[in-house]
Design a protein around this ligand. Structure first.
Ligand code: ADP
Length: 357
């Protein structure tokens, strides 16, 4: 096992800079996820660590060893790809033991280790099969098994779940997490899927256009995103971004005044008349009964309640309602404006399209 340290890594392809200013250190045994939209440079970073790409500049350490000029096979890392890359003519056992065969490890030790790995991945009843006789999930487990059997210092996983269907992906994701808890091998995992990033990572590195946007544990990144890209990339449905102008101690959002709690106001040092983007997570919006079904008295009561608990209120018009069982997703517009809000509420709440809330 080893820590992995990148110092100011840059990679250019001809005139295109794929990644730059890439600096981070993964402590021994941690599980880090590189996440970001397609083309942001995730794979280039992973392939550079693996030794399949060469950094244009910067330093890369695995453990205490500077590995910039060390060939891939001497770096003691194991990489798992999204297309599994199994040898079709070899059995499951031969595939898992392949790395050990190459290193001319004693046959008896190979057999033992293949068996142990197969057992831990529930593949022990499939050892004689060829890859094409396996399901996608089983093939991916064999690819993992081949990496584990080599007992590398570092695991590199490039979108390993993206070829699996939804249910299998969830199961395999949980298995991966458990496997990491058992083995404790430093792992770097690349994905564009924010759910995988949130659920698997000790630390997430969010990338965009070849640069690091934020590094942190999932909860911190979710609660305190460094910028709008990070804010809207993590979370589903995504965070709402509302253009607003700060006026009269509140925000003018498409002609409606959204008051904000005093504590927030003091923290932000807002300036009168300036434009801001308000970021509001869908699950932080609560809805009340449609206005048409509230009596004038209860409307007054409700307004008072809102003021007392220091909440802010907007009137919205429901456009689309998506019941998902445990929760309901609502898309609602601000009257007279193109802004549409994502709202996530409990599954028992079911407004109707056209309702004003
Ligand atoms: P991601 O894995 O996040 O989808 P990549 O690391 O594959 O992104 O790519 C980052 C950028 O580098 C992209 O703009 C891509 O087109 C470019 N790139 C990657 N590999 C090469 C290559 N071999 N030649 C030229 N450009 C490349």
């Amino acid at each position: 096992m080893a820590n992995v340290r990148l110092e100011d890594i840059k990679r250019r392809f001809n005139n295109v800079t794929a990644i730059e200013d890439i600096t981070f250190e993964i402590p021994d045994g941690e599980f880090w996820v590189l996440v970001g939209p397609s083309g942001c440079g995730k794979s280039t970073i992973l392939r550079t660590i693996a030794g399949l790409e060469t950094a244009t500049s910067g330093k890369l350490y695995i453990g205490d060893r500077l590995v910039n000029n060390i060939p891939a096979r001497q770096r003691d890392v194991a990489m798992v790809f999204q297309n599994y890359a199994l040898y079709p003519h070899m059995s499951v056992a031969q595939n898992i033991g392949f790395g050990l065969q190459m290193r001319k490890v004693d046959q008896k030790i190979i057999q033992e280790r293949v068996m142990n790995v197969a057992r831990s991945l529930s593949l022990d009843h499939l050892l004689d099969r060829k890859p094409k006789q396996l399901s996608g999930g089983q093939q991916q487990r064999v690819a993992l098994g081949r990496a584990i059997a080599r007992e590398p210092q570092v695991f590199l996983l490039d979108e390993p779940l993206s070829n699996l269907d939804a249910q299998l992906r969830d199961d395999t994701r949980a298995e991966l997490k458990q496997l990491h808890q058992e083995l404790g091998i430093t792992t770097i995992y690349v994905t564009h899927d924010q759910v995988e990033a949130m659920t698997l990572a000790d630390k997430i590195v969010v990338l965009n256009r070849g640069r690091i946007q934020q590094i942190g544990d999932p909860q911190t990144i979710y609660a305190s995103p460094a910028n709008q890209m990070v804010a809207t990339f993590l979370g589903s449905p995504p965070m709402n971004i509302l253009p607003a102008i700060y006026e009269n101690n509140g925000f003018d959002v498409s002609g409606q005044l959204l008051t904000i709690p005093v504590v927030v106001k003091e923290k932000l040092q807002l300036r009168q008349g300036h434009s801001y983007d308000l970021g509001i997570r869908p699950e932080h919006i609560f809805i009340n009964e449609p206005l048409s079904r509230l009596s004038a008295a209860s409307r007054r009561e409700e307004r008072q309640e809102v003021q007392e608990v220091n909440e802010s209120q907007l009137i919205v018009e429901v456009k689309v309602v998506e019941p998902l069982g445990r929760e309901t997703l609502i898309r609602a517009g601000l009257p007279g404006s193109p802004v549409v809000l994502n709202i996530q509420v409990g599954g028992d709440v079911r407004p109707r399209p056209g309702d004003r809330l």
